[in-house]
Ligand binder design. Structure first.
Ligand SMILES: Nc1nc2c(ncn2[C@@H]2O[C@H](COP(=O)(O)OP(=O)(O)OP(=O)(O)O)[C@@H](O)[C@H]2O)c(=O)[nH]1
Ligand SMILES: [Mg+2]
Length: 328
């Protein structure tokens, strides 16, 4: 067996490039570990940092974030492959409790659909806090024969100043659910995020990977473009922003290293249109230029972006419209 694994440099550069014969043997052993792969759902009430955590786990932005609650509206998959393990993270919209409308019913269905086929659930809360809105999400965790390992992710640890109070809080959390792991962390600290990957790994199923080794997301560039624009819209508007605004891509063309995008910000009422455009068109201009810059960095390409604002009343109340805008 030993002899049969000796490769010629032509066949295997890894062995030839390794620093020492021991390292070469280790690299080989790593290759022979069975592949692991599994879905890891990220759930929690709005604004606890689920999308920030997803981006950190993937190592690249795949899901938009903002300080406003209910930023994420779609099920977003982010993929990370480390050695023999492929983690398929699924970010979900923060479970919607504020706005009762078809848009929210659709979003809540998305969360529950995800939980059916995962290996692990990351239940995210803000460290030291557990409110009614958190409890409502925890109550959704499948139980009995459908139970899944649920990790308690106590995020925003950097914002906790009285660390001594955290131990009794964690102890209290033990009584609320039989969590498989307790992980206090900050989604903004790389060391914490790497540690979490290590804790999840043994929970992944031994099975072939679902995606290519270098895959980061299952979403298209066109989708990413609409999301980045929506992120800038959310971030650059004050609280006057109507929750129901959305972004639709009307044109997406690639010419060599250039992408031509034409997009519409869709709002529900005429006065909202003026707010998005801003005095002298300033705000719309900023939304456009910040989006363009971020997309250029993300794709390492040149981007022409044309932005419009349209009024389409009642879009968030209409199931047929929701489907045409890409809500599942
Ligand atoms: N201090 C601190 N802030 C964080 C941390 N993680 C996320 N945040 C902030 O929390 C806010 C919400 O983050 P998001 O990732 O958009 O939250 P979310 O849970 O995806 O929110 P929804 O999509 O609305 O459900 C943003 O302003 C983040 O910068 C953290 O570890 N520490
Ligand atoms: Mg989010």
């Amino acid at each position: 067996m030993e002899e049969s694994t000796i490769d010629t440099p032509e066949e295997d550069n890894t062995a030839a490039e390794a620093a020492s014969p021991e390292a070469a043997r280790e690299a080989k052993a790593g290759d022979q570990l069975p592949q692991r792969c599994g879905l890891v759902a990220i759930v929690g009430r709005p604004n606890v940092g689920k999308s920030t955590l997803l981006n950190a786990l993937v190592g690249q932005k795949v899901s938009i974030t903002s300080s406003k609650a209910q930023t994420t509206r779609h099920r977003i998959t982010g993929i990370r492959t480390v050695e023999n393990a492929q983690f398929v993270f699924v970010d979900t919209p923060g479970f919607q409790t504020k706005h009762a409308a078809p848009l929210n019913r659709t979003l809540n269905r998305t969360v529950q659909g995800v939980l059916a086929d995962v290996d692990v659930v990351l239940f995210v809360v803000e460290a030291g806090r557990f409110g009614l809105d958190d409890a409502k999400v925890l109550a959704l965790m499948p139980s009995g024969e459908y139970a899944k390992p649920v990790f308690l992710i106590a995020n925003k640890l950097d914002a906790v100043h009285r660390r001594a109070e955290l131990a009794p809080w964690l102890k209290g959390m033990q009584d609320r659910h039989s969590f498989a792991e307790f992980v206090p962390l900050s989604a903004k600290k790389d060391k914490d995020v790497q540690r979490l990957l290590g804790i999840i790994k043994p929970y992944l199923t031994e099975q072939p990977w679902f995606y290519e080794e270098d895959a980061l997301t299952d979403r298209t560039d066109k989708f990413l473009a609409s999301e980045i624009i929506r992120e800038k819209l959310f971030r650059l508007m004050g609280d006057e922003l109507p929750y129901t605004s959305t972004v639709v891509i009307d044109k997406f063309e690639e010419e060599g290293n250039l992408r031509r995008i034409s997009a519409s910000i869709v709002v529900e009422r005429e006065p909202h249109k003026g707010m998005v455009i801003g005095a002298g068109g300033e705000r719309l201009k900023r939304i456009g230029s910040e989006s363009r810059q971020e997309l250029e960095t993300l794709w390492d390409a040149k981007v022409f972006l044309e932005l419009w604002v349209k009024v389409r009343s009642g879009w968030a109340d209409d199931e047929a419209h929701l489907r045409s805008y890409g809500y599942e």
